[in-house]
Design a protein around this ligand. Structure first.
Ligand code: PLP
Length: 378
């Protein structure tokens, strides 16, 4: 089946004896045993639950993985996957990383003994130079948040394979509709399902999708033991979101291109970060490994006063954290997503008091551009 069809029919339309069209919310914590010592398919919902299993099957097929695991948030997925590594493991990660992942690696995993190097994972020679005896994995986001830096997944996978490392890719920004890291050689894909997969700004969720049965067994063990699993009702919401993923992604990326071009034409905008511009570093890699550029745009305006005035005056865009939903949002990374990053590092990377990030939604693009125009003060 093609991707759009899989979003609706990954289960082959075999759900249950009643012939339900949508997978029902199975709101049961526990399940009756069939006999003494005879397990049913389900025993306890922390281990597995029919609604969650249905969603996990869909996501596994969309990413082309052996199995998917649904967690209560994206961070729960990342934190659980990190348990695959021992305390003395060294991991090389993208420096332009989701703020929460950065905090987990720097402040939680590091405190337990793991070591990290953060670098531009788009620079393969640089990544290679950081590999040492303890290195166990490469962790990357592409395009990255919020600078839209692109990493070559196939080249990283090659490097990982030659050095016996795992390659983990956070695919939240493009979703499997536009990019399938496992096909390019990655071992594990991470998602914040809160973003495009759920897609409606109404549920928190996370996923880890693994390439092999061996990895599936190990992640299943930590998932059931740590217990940050996705609840049945939330599983239902994400499954419902996924049904329209291709439609939303097409609309969002078409809107984003128009907005990125509009921003680039404004004299008050000093720089626009958008993966779909031919002069974005890594554009050739993007075109090779992805079929779309997504809905994320960052930009730097000429003054802090203008950045603040845009945030005050915006009406259709809403000033809120998060991304990937049907509603367009705008954030001030310096004060929100990247508030924990040391000032000098933030400034060096261009995430300053003039820097804004938008997540484009599915509104009519003319309304979005008009909204920006009035917020810019014409
Ligand atoms: C939001 C996000 C996360 C964390 O997901 P939550 O669902 O908020 O816990 C991880 N990675 C990326 C790229 C994200 O945007």
């Amino acid at each position: 089946m093609k991707f759009e069809t899989l979003c609706l029919h990954a289960d082959g339309n075999k759900k249950d004896e009643w012939g339900t069209i949508t997978a029902p919310v199975c709101q049961s914590a526990t399940f009756v045993h069939k006999g003494v010592g005879v397990q049913s398919e389900y025993s306890y919902s922390r281990l597995s639950n029919p609604t969650r299993a249905h969603l996990e099957n869909t996501v596994a097929q969309l990413e082309g993985g052996a199995a998917a695991f649904a967690f209560s948030s994206g961070m729960a997925a990342v934190a659980t996957v990190m348990k695959l590594f021992k305390q003395d493991a060294h991991i090389i990660a993208s420096e332009d990383l989701y703020g929460g992942s950065l905090r987990l690696f720097r402040n939680v995993n590091s405190a337990e003994g793991m070591t990290f190097d953060f670098t531009d994972t788009g620079d393969i020679a640089r990544v290679q130079s950081l590999i040492n005896k303890s290195t166990k994995a490469i962790y990357c986001e592409t395009p990255s948040n919020p600078l839209m830096q692109v990493s070559d997944i196939a080249a990283l996978a090659d490097l990982a394979r030659k050095n016996g490392l795992a390659l983990i890719v956070d695919n939240t920004f493009l979703t499997p509709y536009f990019q399938r890291p496992l096909d390019l050689g990655a071992d594990i894909v991470i998602h914040s399902g809160t973003k495009y997969l759920g897609g409606h700004n109404d549920v928190l969720a996370g996923f880890a999708v693994v390439k092999t049965d061996g990895l599936a067994e190990r992640v299943a063990y930590y998932a059931k033991t740590i217990g940050a699993c996705l609840a049945p009702w939330d599983s239902f919401l994400v499954e419902r979101g996924i049904k329209t993923l291709p439609l939303r992604m097409d609309r969002i990326s078409a809107n984003a291109r128009e907005i990125a071009e509009w921003l680039r034409g404004r004299a008050e905008v000093k720089r626009v970060y958008y993966a779909g511009f031919a002069d974005n570093a890594g554009y050739a890699v993007s075109v090779r490994q992805s079929t779309g550029f997504g809905g994320m745009i960052s930009f730097e305006v000429e003054s802090k006063a203008l950045a603040e005035s845009i945030l005050r005056n915006i009406k259709v865009f809403q000033y809120a954290e998060s991304l990937g939903g049907v509603e367009s949002l705008i954030t001030y990374p310096m004060l929100q997503t990247h508030a924990d990053v040391p000032v000098e590092e933030r400034e060096r990377r261009g995430i300053n008091d003039r820097f804004l990030r938008i997540s484009v939604g599915i509104e009519n693009v003319a309304d979005l551009i008009e909204d920006l125009r009035q917020a810019f003060g014409q």
